[in-house]
Design a binder for this molecule. Structure first.
Ligand SMILES: *[C@@H]1O[C@H](CO)[C@@H](O)[C@H](O)[C@H]1NC(C)=O
Ligand SMILES: *[C@@H]1O[C@H](CO)[C@@H](O)[C@H](O)[C@H]1NC(C)=O
Ligand SMILES: *[C@@H]1O[C@H](CO)[C@@H](O)[C@H](O)[C@H]1NC(C)=O
Ligand SMILES: *[C@@H]1O[C@H](CO)[C@@H](O)[C@H](O)[C@H]1NC(C)=O
Length: 414
């Protein structure tokens, strides 16, 4: 889809030039192109009942066992996706991977793809806490055997789930991933209740807590077995992660989710109330300035009582680069909006699952008939999905459609 360069475009571009980071603009309010006919299922269902074995790949991943809908052989069968997927790419970043070489390499890229402009001390002190084997692995304890086939459901927050009655199907998976404004209470029949992983950036989490509070999102999912997946989109993610592991108050600075201003659809979808203070964004301040700014809430407020490294996972910036480059290389990247663009939280979680699970189902993700549904399943009045330039939801929709047709993903559609 191309950018339509009407007067609105140029107006927005002007606004953008004047704006500080984190403020997002509507570029257009509906998809610029249809996705093509859905449902031309290329799958041969017979073959799904065969057993497949695949090579052992990521640590934290196990790919040895039989599945009903195994994704590895589906990737191998597909001429295009076979060349895109590299299941050996490390998904998680942990302390043991830190080196001068990694520092030099990641310092060339801005977050979420790297560490350019971020204080080394903050990165190192966070990563040094992610030093156990738990930090390298998404699933299971070393002692605990994994299921024969690791079956994952990734639950986006799309309006397609309203009235879907998919709760039981979702909860029947070994692991359930949720993200951002994942309202569960009152929606169990449609979205299930189980949560194994909750994925977010500090910004999207805080925006969700503000924007969807009145719709029931009063806290992020918590639980003994639940793990949190940090997407390192800003220095604030490293700072929050460190505080969460240590169980100490978040030391300093302000997150974009604390600021007034419009926010993107999968980030908030609403206007945040204006707080009393409006300092510059944390990312523009030095580490020293950060340390003296505001003493934030205890991370337990968000993540519950347990503070320990095993509870928290961190996506590797190189993994986010790899995903963006190979799967979601949007045309936005080469526009002035390039710095705002990154794959959505939902996309990052779904692609994480596709690189770690043996079989993946996606629920509440964008489909070609998204206009039939509200933006989110928990809205009381239908609200159209709005496309912003920080994500490329059209591109994501085509990717889910194509992965589904290839049998690599089971995309819930109705
Ligand atoms: C589906 O796959 C099975 C086993 O691989 C094969 O025997 C069968 O002919 C295939 N069916 C179609 C319609 O391609
Ligand atoms: C896949 O990723 C691994 C780890 O980053 C790398 O060593 C390997 O060369 C990659 N393979 C291909 C075919 O790109
Ligand atoms: C990990 O780091 C913490 C804090 O620096 C330390 O107490 C712990 O012993 C380390 N664990 C391992 C396995 O190195
Ligand atoms: C959710 O679904 C119900 C019917 O199942 C419908 O009446 C309601 O309007 C839907 N809500 C939204 C926000 O679309």
């Amino acid at each position: 889809m191309g950018l339509s360069r009407g007067p609105l475009f140029w107006l927005l571009l002007g606004l953008l030039a004047a704006a500080c980071s984190g403020i997002l603009f509507v570029l257009y309010s509906s998809a610029a192109q249809p996705y093509g006919a859905p449902g031309a299922r290329a799958r041969n269902t017979t073959s799904f009942h065969e057993f497949f074995w695949s090579k052992n790949v990521n640590p934290g991943t196990r790919k040895r066992l039989p599945c009903g809908y195994p994704l590895y052989p589906a990737i191998q069968r597909h001429p295009h996706f076979r060349s895109l997927f590299n299941l050996s790419t490390p998904v998680l970043l942990q302390g043991g991977l830190f080196s001068q070489k990694l520092w030099d390499s990641l310092s060339q890229h801005k977050a979420p793809y790297g560490w350019q402009g971020l204080p080394r001390q903050a990165i190192v002190s966070t990563l040094s806490l992610l030093n156990s084997s738990d930090s390298a692995r998404l699933f299971g304890d070393p002692q605990e055997p994994l299921p024969a086939c690791v079956r994952c459901a990734v639950v986006g927050n799309g309006g397609i789930l309203n009235g879907s009655r998919q709760g039981r199907n979702i909860d029947a998976h070994d692991y359930v991933f949720r993200l951002n404004g994942a309202v569960i209470k009152g929606f169990e029949r449609d979205v299930g209740a189980k949560t194994s992983f909750y994925g977010f950036t500090v910004n999207t989490m805080k925006n969700s807590l503000i924007a969807y509070r009145s719709l029931g999102f009063t806290s992020v999912p918590q639980g003994q077995d639940l793990r949190y997946i940090f997407i390192p989109s800003d220095i604030r993610d490293y700072v929050m992660l460190r505080s969460a592991i240590l169980g100490v108050p978040v030391p300093e600075g302000q997150d974009k989710g604390d600021s007034p201003g419009p926010t993107g659809p999968s980030m908030a979808g609403g206007l945040a109330p204006a707080p009393a203070l409006s300092p510059p964004p944390a990312s523009s301040m030095g580490w020293g300035a950060l340390s003296t700014f505001i003493v934030g809430p205890r991370p337990q407020t968000y993540f519950g009582p347990e503070a320990s490294a095993r509870k928290f996972k961190l996506l590797h910036p190189d993994f986010i680069s790899y995903l963006t480059e190979r799967f979601l290389k949007s045309k936005f990247i080469n526009t002035r909006f390039g710095d705002l663009y990154m794959p959505s939280t939902g996309a990052l979680m779904l692609l994480t699952a596709l690189h770690t699970c043996d079989q993946v189902s996606a629920y509440g993700f964008i489909t070609s008939n998204y206009r039939k549904f509200s933006d989110h399943y928990f809205e009381r009045i239908k609200k159209p999905l709005i496309f912003y330039v920080n994500h490329d939801l059209s591109l994501e929709a085509s990717l889910w459609r194509d992965l589904h047709q290839a049998g690599i993903l089971q995309l819930y559609q109705r």
